[in-house]
Unconditional design. Structure first.
Length: 522
């Protein structure tokens, strides 16, 4: 009773020190209580619970091989015998030891691996030795010579109460290789053994015995932890974590910012939640401008372009056109610019609108620094409108100097005052006076350029009239040149009857159409 008590206490203590026999925790110790049953010449007590009990105990040590197999050693010691009556009996002690293997049905194929109730099949090989029992009467007792080879086979059932403690029942039937350890040698000399008659139930064949074993099983062993991170492989979702890397309860490297890159690899460990990162754990910067996409308000910036804190290309003059595109950096604040960042020049005169004092200048007109059309002679009439851009004039005269009234009077007199011989280009001497006045005007006004236009009436042949008018205008030019007027200032052209100023059907009209006109140019 005391031995049983101590074994039970030892079992309770062991449950605090060991863990379940699994793939990770490979070893188990069993403390067994046993009942030995005999089967031989005296009879059979196999599964005969009315037969006198022969009890004992034992130990087992097993090792996990695979989900289906365990391998172990088992030993038992206890009394052994058979009691038919006061005469037909024997008793002794038996020690056996065997190497066994268990085939487990909770292997994941037949039953679940984590099933609490697990049946198994046992097969072993070992030996049994015998000794006399001090408690037995001197006669008859067991024969102790030699040891038997035994082959135990059986079935078992284990119930796992906790991860570290189980109760197990096992029945083993052991075949032996002898027939000598039951006091009855199957006849002996004259069918007696030590003078005792052979038992009436003598039968051929070796003795055998059965065992009922009820055990307490304590599993132990260190959980397999391949990467040494403190998390057993069976629970480790990241079994290849590098040494010394801090891990979570799942055995995976800690990822404090939950960006998918473990802290030990994360070069940006404080990335905000939900931000897409690269392989280094840093926020993705798609355009490589140094500003992460989640902060970049101008994604897609070309490579090498300098950007501000928002990831937008720098716009130094704040005109809305980035410096790398701005062909006019430094534009004053508030000035409207075009797509190139240059101040708008609506009239395209080369002077920006904000500086242009004369907006709306026609295309192609040359302007000054203020954007106003050039007025070379300063007469208030722009050169592009000024017929005399180098001579101050009046608007009424399109920028040319105003022709003096005296000059106009002389030219009016010349219309009819220059006379030619009939049908010829010879100037009459009576015309010299008016021509000399024209010479005087040209001398006094060196900027004048004079057009001499000859006209005729419609009498006669038009072709001849045209030729004659040309000759007469050239005759006037020749006269003026002879009086000192430079040839380059004079142009002679005849128009014949093509430009009448009066009705050619009357003599008075024809007289007016025969004329020499002087037109001043500059």
């Amino acid at each position: 009773m005391k031995v049983t008590k101590y074994i039970f206490i030892l079992g309770l203590l062991a449950t605090q020190l060991v863990s379940a026999q699994t793939e990770d925790k490979k070893f188990a110790i069993g403390l067994n209580f046993l009942n030995n049953e005999y089967n031989g010449d005296y009879g059979s007590s196999i599964w005969n619970f009315n037969q006198k009990k022969y009890n004992g105990g034992g130990l087992s040590l097993s090792c996990y091989l695979s989900p289906s197999f365990d391998l172990g050693l088992q030993g038992t010691y206890g009394n052994y015998g058979y009691h038919e009556d006061a005469i037909n009996l024997f008793v002794g002690n038996k020690l056996d030891a065997s190497l066994f293997t268990h085939y487990k049905l909770n292997n994941g194929y037949i039953l679940k691996k984590d099933a609490k109730l697990s049946p198994f099949i046992s097969l072993g090989i070992g030996f049994a030795s015998y000794s006399t029992s001090n408690n037995a009467t001197p006669w008859p007792t067991i024969i102790t010579d030699k040891a038997d080879l035994v082959i135990p086979v059986g079935l078992g059932l284990k119930y796992q109460f906790t991860s570290s403690f189980a109760i197990q029942y096992q029945y083993l039937y052991s075949f032996t290789n002898s027939d000598v350890h039951d006091q009855n040698r199957s006849g002996g000399v004259n069918n007696t053994v030590f003078g005792t008659p052979a038992h009436k139930g003598i039968k051929s064949g070796n003795d055998a015995y059965g065992q009922h074993l009820i055990g307490l099983v304590f599993s132990f062993g260190k959980a397999k932890d391949t990467d040494k991170d403190g998390i057993a492989d069976k629970f480790d979702k990241c079994p290849d974590t590098p040494v010394d890397v801090k891990v979570t309860e799942n055995g995976c490297p800690v990822d404090a910012d939950a960006d998918g890159v473990a802290d030990y690899l994360d070069k940006c460990p404080d990335t905000p939640a939900g931000v897409k990162v690269d392989a280094n754990g840093c926020p993705v910067d798609g355009d490589g401008d140094g500003v992460a996409d989640y902060l970049d308000k101008c994604s897609g910036t070309p490579a090498g372009v300098k950007v501000d804190a928002n990831g937008c290309p720098v716009d130094g003059d704040g005109d809305g056109v980035a410096d790398y595109l701005d062909k006019c950096p430094g534009t004053p604040a508030g000035v409207k610019v075009d797509a190139n960042g240059c101040p708008v020049d609506a009239d395209a005169d080369g002077v920006a609108d904000y500086l242009d004092k004369c907006p709306g200048t026609p295309a192609g007109v040359k302007v000054d620094a203020k954007g106003c059309p050039i007025d070379t002679d300063g007469d208030g009439i722009a050169d592009y409108l000024d017929k005399c851009p180098k001579l101050p004039g009046t608007a009424e005269n399109k920028g040319c100097p105003e022709i003096k009234a005296e000059t106009k009077k002389v030219f009016a007199q010349a219309l009819q005052g220059i006379q030619f011989e009939l049908g010829k280009d010879v100037i009459k001497k009576s015309s010299n006076a008016i021509l000399n006045k024209v010479v005087g005007i040209l001398v006094m006004n060196p900027t004048y350029l004079l057009e001499i236009n000859g006209h005729s009436d419609s009498t006669g042949d038009a072709t001849k009239n045209l030729a004659l008018s040309q000759k007469r205008s050239e005759a006037v030019k020749k006269y003026l040149v002879s009086k000192g007027v430079m040839d380059s200032r004079l142009t002679a052209k005849g128009y014949g009857s093509t430009v009448p100023v009066a009705d050619n059907s009357t003599a008075a009209g024809r007289a007016k159409n025969r004329r020499v006109e002087f037109i001043v140019n500059f």
